[in-house]
Design a protein around this ligand. Structure first.
Ligand SMILES: Cc1cc2nc3c(=O)[nH]c(=O)nc-3n(C[C@H](O)[C@H](O)[C@H](O)COP(=O)(O)O)c2cc1C
Length: 181
């Protein structure tokens, strides 16, 4: 599959790093787009420059990326973590950077779009935007870890979220124990 992983300026760079490292072990064709705030937050939270992970990475203003056109869409897009700013802009179709345009193409071409927002508490604006996106076919998969597998490290907790993302992408994984497994 052609998969676009986008990272926007919400807290939780470790979610993106974990997903990307897991995808690296697959045969899927992964492309990366990150916002300026996403790059800053990754440096602040985990001293990471995503470009070090070795995926082809696209500039936010590079509308020449193939999947910016509905005639050549990607198969799936995941935005992890997804800021409420990016989520709101997608919900209202602004399409004025490559992340927003790619998401817009995914929705109009009925390709899988998974958004992993991280914000708390939620305002009615956030909730309404998530409602609109759900009605438009996106999967809203909030970065809400689970505890039934008794995670003992931050990485374990992060894995509980990334495992659900991979499940929704249809990518087999053993990242986190399943309930009652
Ligand atoms: C350190 C830091 C942490 C942030 N965490 C969040 C967050 O968890 N969720 C969120 O929706 N926005 C968060 N923001 C705000 C967004 O980065 C901001 O709204 C930005 O405009 C989003 O733009 P982008 O989606 O283009 O990256 C954070 C900002 C900073 C500087």
């Amino acid at each position: 599959m052609k998969i676009v992983v986008a990272i926007s300026g919400a807290s939780g760079a470790l979610y993106a790093k974990t997903l990307l490292e897991t995808l690296k072990a697959t045969d899927h064709k992964i492309s990366l787009i990150a916002t300026e705030n996403a790059l800053k937050i990754a440096r602040e939270e985990i001293d990471l420059d995503y470009r070090e992970l070795g995926f082809p990475s696209y500039d936010l203003k590079d509308f020449k990326a193939p999947w910016a056109s509905g005639s050549n869409p990607c198969d799936q897009m995941v935005i992890i973590p997804c800021s409420m700013g990016t989520l709101g802009r997608i919900a209202h179709g602004t399409s004025d950077n490559l992340i927003l345009r790619t998401a817009d193409v995914c929705l109009k071409e009925h390709k899988k779009l998974i958004l992993v927002p991280r914000e708390t508490p939620l305002s009615l604006i956030h909730i309404e935007n998530m409602r609109l996106l759900t009605l438009s076919g996106a999967v809203i998969l909030p970065a809400v870890p689970s505890f039934y597998s008794r995670p003992t490290t931050i990485q374990d907790l992060v894995n509980t979220v990334v495992a659900r993302v991979l499940d929704h992408m249809g990518i087999e994984n053993r990242l986190s124990p399943r309930y009652k497994e």
